[in-house]
Write a protein that binds this ligand. Structure first.
Ligand SMILES: N[C@@H](CCC[C@H](N)C(=O)O)C(=O)O
Length: 266
């Protein structure tokens, strides 16, 4: 019997889901990198290991495609919630998921979308990102993980995000996810993102929260809401004083078994 997996995505930010209720899988960096590799593995932006702790809610052990660990993943937590419901590990509706950034309350909806209470989107300063020698002013936002949200008039479609944008390592000693944001109208944003530990992705849930918080900050507001168009679809974000919510789709599209010999050789 090989290692069970599922494949899913949230606005095309895609994940390999590894059910591991008893926490017995040895999920090494090299295994994560191989799973996420789009040529020699299944291909994904990250891995969601599903663990049942002795106490507390189901825990999302999230890994970036390069094998690094991150605190939180907003698209991943929606896919994780969808998996828990489809596997009948929790009833549909409202429940809590453990993450490294703390517990996240989720609501699953019958149309396939999931709403996540993302906790407080905390503005921690300002900084600059550089792309192709061009500087973009940004707002540093902590959504459990670090972000730099750069609202710009430069059409985001023009940016070359094949290489990581430059950033200030003093402001972000553990790296950063960088969002480039165009304002389409009041409450309507477009975003592209370069994720720490992954590269450019078609969406980043925590990044969309940071994008909306950055846009609000730039307009002198602390609360508000917006839709965010990403390469892989659209999500909705509401920012309140003490918390933020993210609503978007969560899709599971395949399940299967990894070849045990392939896994063991990694
Ligand atoms: N795609 C995720 C964010 C994943 C973690 C990020 N790359 C980091 O290192 O902080 C999301 O949907 O939020």
């Amino acid at each position: 019997m090989g290692v069970e997996f599922l494949k899913g995505h949230g606005t095309e930010n895609d994940f390999v889901v590894l059910p591991d209720p008893d926490g017995v899988l040895d999920l090494t960096e090299s295994r994560v990198r191989a799973l996420c590799d789009r040529q020699r593995g299944l291909g994904a932006d990250g891995v969601l290991r599903v663990v049942r702790p002795d106490f507390g809610p189901w825990f999302m052990d999230y890994r970036n495609a390069d094998g690094s660990i991150a605190e939180m993943c907003g698209n991943g937590v929606r896919v994780f919630a969808r998996y828990l419901v489809e596997a009948e590990l929790v009833p549909a509706g409202e429940f809590t998921i453990g993450t490294r950034a703390g517990e996240r309350h989720v609501i699953t909806h019958s149309d396939g979308t999931v709403t996540v209470d993302m906790g407080r989107a905390q503005v921690t300063g300002t900084g600059t990102a550089t792309v192709d020698g061009r500087a973009f002013s940004g707002v540093a936002v902590d959504v459990g993980n670090p972000h730099l949200g750069c609202v710009t008039d430069v059409p985001v479609a023009e940016l070359d995000l094949h290489v990581p944008p430059g950033h200030d390592p003093v402001l972000f000693p553990h790296g950063v996810n960088v969002e480039f944001v165009n304002v389409l109208g009041d409450g309507a944003l477009r975003m592209r993102v370069h994720e720490r530990g992954v590269g450019e992705t078609r969406s980043c849930g925590t990044g969309t929260v940071a994008a909306v918080a950055s846009w609000l900050y730039g307009t002198g507001r602390r609360v508000g809401k917006a839709t965010v168009d990403v390469l892989g679809g659209q999500v909705s974000v509401v920012i309140e004083e003490e918390t933020a919510t993210l609503t978007g789709p969560a899709v599971l599209l395949a399940r299967g078994e990894l070849d045990q010999a392939w896994w063991d050789a990694l």
